[in-house]
Design a protein around this ligand. Structure first.
Ligand code: FES
Length: 310
């Protein structure tokens, strides 16, 4: 059985997935949870299991005042997991009528869950991804893929991007990553950075087409910063050889992996670019994305992939 890191922040989703008045069920680190907006719209997360007869609270409703009502016999629980209403037997509230609550924070349009000891939850450890999440919608593409592997394999995939030269040879790979030596920087106990810097190679096809001249030697940078357990910020860009980076094209990409159950994880991505910043480009990207991503995006948004990825 996998021993996931507990005292750490995990992404639980995009903030706009969590609508007021609508409980959302999501399993993280093997634990079925219910998220809902309590009093004042504050997002809370509780174990998705009523202590009475174990009905899923996510099938219930959010009541006035921000408590969630169990769909089976009507016990209500507040954002701290305390039972605050019992419609039976004169309203007495049994001591054991409580559910586990989790520390949840919204930051930069993302929702974060602290999976361990609540007293140890340090908000300063939430990575700052505002450079990505504040990008205008017409310069961004985001989505979700339910993924049938441990989240550590996604981390492995993004931290070793030499696979792009082979797996994505027609789009994101040019051979430059395999030819240069990665620079690895230890950023402390929770983070590390890997960078591939090259000069003289052609840009990958997906980048070359957006440079001022095509088929020319370039300077390229690919840099990924990993924050444990599953957050990666990837910066990839290219410019004509010898020209400043500011004259080239640049992308910032979030890859966010959170364990769901044994052998499965949630995978959210969010990419921004400094070129082709028009709605039509994003719409075309969404239309040509592999079907799995499009299906997954429509699943979490309850709407079409087109609207999710706009
Ligand atoms: S199972 Fe929830 S109130 Fe009975």
């Amino acid at each position: 059985m996998t021993a996931w890191l507990r005292n750490a922040w995990y992404v639980a989703g995009f903030a706009d997935e969590f609508a007021a008045g609508r409980p959302l069920a999501r399993t993280l680190l093997g634990e079925p949870l219910v998220f809902f907006r309590g009093e004042g719209g504050t997002l809370v997360a509780l174990a998705d299991r009523c202590p009475h007869r174990f009905a899923p609270l996510s099938a219930g409703r959010v009541c006035e005042g921000g408590a969630i009502e169990c769909p089976y016999h009507g016990l209500r629980f507040d954002g701290d997991g305390r039972c605050v209403h019992n419609p039976h037997g004169g309203g007495a509230i049994p001591k054991a009528a409580a559910v586990r609550s989790y520390v949840v924070r919204e930051r930069d349009r993302l929702v974060w869950l602290w999976a361990g000891d609540a007293a140890a939850a340090d908000e300063a450890l939430i990575p700052d991804f505002s450079r990505v999440t504040s990008a205008p919608d017409d310069a961004a593409v985001r989505g979700y893929m339910p993924t049938a592997c441990d989240h550590q394999l996604l981390v492995d995939n993004i931290l070793d991007l030499t696979h792009a030269d082979y797996l994505h040879a027609g789009s994101l790979g040019s051979g430059a990553l395999s030819r240069c030596r990665p620079q690895v920087t230890d950023l402390g106990e929770r983070s590390a950075r890997v960078a591939w810097i090259s000069s003289g190679d052609l840009a990958p096809p997906a980048f070359d087409m957006h440079l001022r001249e095509q088929g020319q030697p370039t300077d390229q940078w690919t840099e990924v910063t990993w924050t444990a357990p599953g957050c990666m910020l990837l910066n990839v860009g290219a410019t004509l050889q010898g020209e400043p980076h500011s004259q080239g094209i640049d992308t910032l990409n979030l890859h966010l992996a959170t364990p769901e159950t044994e052998g499965r994880c949630h995978y959210w991505y969010w990419t921004t670019r400094n070129f082709a910043v028009v709605n039509a480009y994003s719409r075309r990207s969404a239309a040509t994305r592999p079907p799995l991503a499009a299906i997954a995006c429509s699943r979490i948004s309850g709407s079409s992939s087109e609207s999710r990825l706009r």
